[in-house]
Write a protein that binds this ligand. Structure first.
Ligand SMILES: O=C(O)[C@H](O)[C@@H](O)[C@H](O)[C@H](O)COP(=O)(O)O
Length: 298
């Protein structure tokens, strides 16, 4: 298959290489020409404008968009909507909010353009050597894309989740779970670190990843982190988040569900963003008021 790729960041570039490794032809566009040049050297056909990318593909065109969720993806899809024709397919491989995907699907559907949401997991390594994908699409469009999707995902690492929007919905919940699992690992190692035993975290993570109940890719990565970064002295304890954990919790609230672990994991991330935790200061002062407990002064 010949596919267009928009966005040659870490994920897009590696997905393009993955497609080419598997015998697919790639036309690649990025707003930074240098990135286009780089991928041309690796065998892709370069496009230096969105218009140019569309021209180099023949109908029904498949354009895989790998740009950050939010305004960038919205901008690209809006621009593509006026360049593409009935029957063409846009795949949004980023972490878009599923409700935005449903809105965009409606907008594109009015023009006969198909939108596919391919929630993609496995990070950069996955994009390069075989990702895990959760794909929302109509039956016939999924069938059309299946040979390509099968090639760029790991074995049994792809699911057609249902109609457009469901891929991003399932990926959102996946990331909500990811927040909870990360938080559990972080807290566990915090307890280990605080103990009086002289523990080797790298060895513990390595052994936990060999037959234990919590054996997993995240534990393998935990081992790698300690291997690469020792006791994390060079890292600031600040955790960013790009939205999926928040959306999962919001969705759960809208559905009337209690998801305390996912919510707490999100709140912990937010709390790390606060240099000056006013609430904590107030609680310390209140403990002093009612119990006479010491307040630590700056
Ligand atoms: O499944 C994955 O490969 C990851 O989830 C990936 O999609 C990305 O690393 C997250 O978007 C990070 O999400 P936060 O920025 O919200 O932690």
């Amino acid at each position: 298959m010949k596919a267009g790729i928009v966005g040659l960041g870490k994920m897009g570039k590696n997905l393009a290489l993955n497609m080419m490794d598997n015998g697919h032809d790639v036309v690649a566009y990025n707003r930074t020409p240098k990135k286009v040049k780089n991928i041309e050297e690796k065998g892709a056909e370069g496009a230096y404008s969105l218009e140019g990318l569309v021209e180099k593909l023949s109908p029904p065109r498949v354009i895989w968009v790998m740009v950050p969720a939010g305004d960038p993806v919205h901008d690209i899809i809006t621009r593509l909507s006026s360049l593409l024709k009935t029957g063409d397919v846009i795949v949004d491989g980023g972490n878009s909010h599923f409700k935005k995907t449903l809105e965009r699907d409606q907008m594109l559907g009015d023009k006969g353009i198909e939108l596919v949401d391919a929630g993609t997991s496995g990070g950069v390594t996955g994009a390069r050597h075989g990702a895990c994908m959760m794909v929302g699409a109509s039956e016939d469009i999924y069938e059309y894309l299946e040979p390509l999707i099968d090639d760029i995902t790991v074995e049994d690492g792809c699911i057609h989740t249902g109609t457009t929007g469901s891929g991003h919905f399932v990926k959102m919940v996946h990331n909500g779970i990811e927040y909870g699992m990360l938080e559990a690992i972080g807290e566990g190692f915090e307890v280990l670190e605080a103990s009086d035993f002289d523990l080797n975290f790298e060895d513990i993570a390595r052994v936990w990843n060999n037959g234990s109940v919590i054996e997993s890719w995240l534990i393998e990565l935990t081992k790698n982190v300690f291997e690469d970064r020792g006791n994390l002295e060079d890292i600031k304890p600040v955790i960013d988040s790009s939205g999926e954990g928040k959306w999962t919790v919001e969705e759960a609230i809208d559905l009337g569900l209690s998801v305390p672990v996912l919510a707490e994991a999100l709140m912990v991330r937010y709390s790390t963003q606060q240099d000056e935790n006013f609430g904590a200061k107030l609680i310390a002062a209140l403990r002093n008021q009612f119990g006479g407990h010491d307040v630590e002064n700056k």
